[in-house]
Design a protein around this ligand. Structure first.
Ligand code: ZN
Length: 492
């Protein structure tokens, strides 16, 4: 591997050198969506964060197995093992089979991911397809004496686990605080302690999604699927486990406990968490009416949106912040992102049209290798996408200079420059030119036509018309320059 990557590990709370268990292979597990509703803004940040990591690890030469699950059973409305199953509830309300609901929203999720130019994961396992693996894990934890059966349900014994291990090591919570922060047991409760969590839940008579097990007809607890499926596809100890910061507790904390109890080993080397998105400074939530579906972004139909935003604008906006920083969605921010992305795409299209000279000017010759080095440095420093974007912007002044024929560049240097720009912009950041193809050709054609009319006016000494064209284009932020070789244009 020719790049040394440093990665922030939530568990150790510091950046560590990325050294995978198998030197050439990287295994990554990311918690995917619970498929009971339309994909929304909250889904985009983990997907984009781990897509960026997936792309970069592959780019530097790792063979990556990226597993992202689909939760289609077991995720209850309340994290404290209470309430209805989210998918079953939706099915009941809409008079559908639970699996119809799950399939419909899985398709919707895939459609949105495709628009956002997300590479599909290597494996996308479903919780409902891994009931046997989950039951095996429950049995292992029972055998280890770290779970108990209560009225047909099986609960993880957090207090007992904590005698030899530390429940709370990932989230930094301590058991005493958990005790006072969780609701008191009401006497009817099956749990021995309020912080215990379900490995298996006995289904009530009206519960639709159920499987027979040694303990009861029931269904697995939500935290269990990720432990069982990550071990199945990546091994009991793998490299990266990722997800949103909202999953740190209880979900990921419980995953560690389950894996240690069942397999005697922690699930992964590096825990990676993306920070959350706020909307106009507020946390996203259904009650706050700021829960914006991706479709509403794409057609601008949500009352909080001033206009429609494309998938690439959203992707670019998210990549403009480091994944561990908070990110606030606002119309101003999105509109600025839209303009910035356009400027980068225009710069790239200009770069593709530069005609090389014999030699490269010294300053530019020094810039080209440092541009590439700085982009790698940024990505190697915990996947710092905003810094990559800053470097891309930095390169655009050279591109505009070349376009205005202020500098010369050799064929070989032009190729390196173009290659670096396109590798980081398109392959690693995963941006695409949504307006490519027809739109670009149309713009090119129109600009050629306008510039030809202006040239004709000048030839006829009709300076009023030629000045008018230049001034009107200036209002659209299009600058035209007369050079020895002809007229060039660029968008500021
Ligand atoms: Zn998970």
């Amino acid at each position: 591997m020719n790049q040394k990557i440093s990665i922030y590990n939530t568990l150790s709370r510091k950046k560590e050198n990325f050294e995978p268990i198998n030197p050439l292979f990287a295994g990554m597990y990311v918690c995917g969506p619970t498929v009971y509703g339309d994909p929304h803004l909250g889904h985009t940040r983990p997907a984009i964060t781990f897509d960026l990591i997936f792309r970069y690890l592959q780019h530097v030469g790792y063979k990556v197995r990226y597993v992202r699950n689909i939760t289609d059973v077991g995720h209850l409305e309340n994290d404290a093992d209470a309430g209805e199953d989210k998918i079953a509830k939706k099915a009941r309300l809409e008079k559908l089979e639970p699996m119809e609901v799950a399939q419909y929203y899985t398709n919707r999720y895939h459609d949105a991911m495709r628009l956002l130019n997300m590479l599909p994961p290597s494996i996308e396992p479903k919780a409902s397809g891994h009931i046997i693996e989950q039951m095996d894990m429950v049995q292992k934890i029972l055998d280890a004496g770290l779970a108990y059966i209560s009225n047909g349900s099986v609960y993880f014994d957090v207090k007992k686990y904590n005698e030899h291990h530390k429940y709370g090591k990932l989230s930094g919570r301590v058991l005493e605080d958990l005790y006072s922060n969780t609701r008191a047991l009401d006497g009817q409760d099956e749990k021995q302690n309020p912080y215990d969590f379900a490995l298996w839940k006995k289904a009530s008579p009206e519960h639709i999604m159920r499987w027979s097990s040694p303990w009861s007809d029931g269904f697995p607890g939500w935290h269990l699927e990720c432990s069982a499926m990550s071990a199945k596809y990546l091994g009991e100890h793998f490299d990266i486990h990722g997800g949103g910061m909202d999953l740190l507790f209880p979900h990921h904390e419980s995953e560690i406990a389950q894996s240690v109890a069942a397999n005697k080993v922690e699930p992964c080397k590096y825990w990676v968490h993306n920070n959350m998105i706020t909307v106009n400074g507020q946390k996203m939530g259904k009650s706050l009416n700021n829960f914006i579906n991706l479709e509403q972004f794409f057609n601008g139909s949500h009352p909080l949106l001033e206009q429609a935003y494309t998938a690439m604008t959203i992707r670019f906006f998210i990549l403009q912040a480091h994944y561990r920083s908070t990110l606030d969605f606002s119309n101003d921010g999105l509109q600025a992102a839209e303009k910035a992305l356009k400027r980068l795409l225009i710069a790239y299209s200009l770069l593709e049209k530069i005609v090389p000279a014999e030699q490269t000017d010294a300053d530019l010759a020094a810039f080209i290798p440092s541009f590439s080095a700085k982009c790698y440095e940024a990505m190697n420093d915990d996947f710092n996408s905003p810094l990559v974007i800053a470097n891309l912007f930095d390169s655009t002044r050279w591109i505009h200079g070349l376009n205005e024929k202020k500098f010369n560049i050799s064929k070989a240097d032009l190729e390196t420059f173009t290659q670096t720009f396109s590798t980081f912009m398109f392959d690693i950041l995963g941006l695409t030119n949504e307006a490519s193809g027809e739109n670009t050709q149309t713009t090119e054609g129109l600009m050629n036509l306008i510039l030809a009319i202006r040239q004709e006016a000048k030839t006829n000494k009709d300076f009023a018309t030629s000045d008018k064209i230049r001034n009107e284009l200036q209002k659209l932020n299009i600058t035209i320059k007369d050079t020895k070789e002809g007229v060039s244009w660029s968008v500021e």
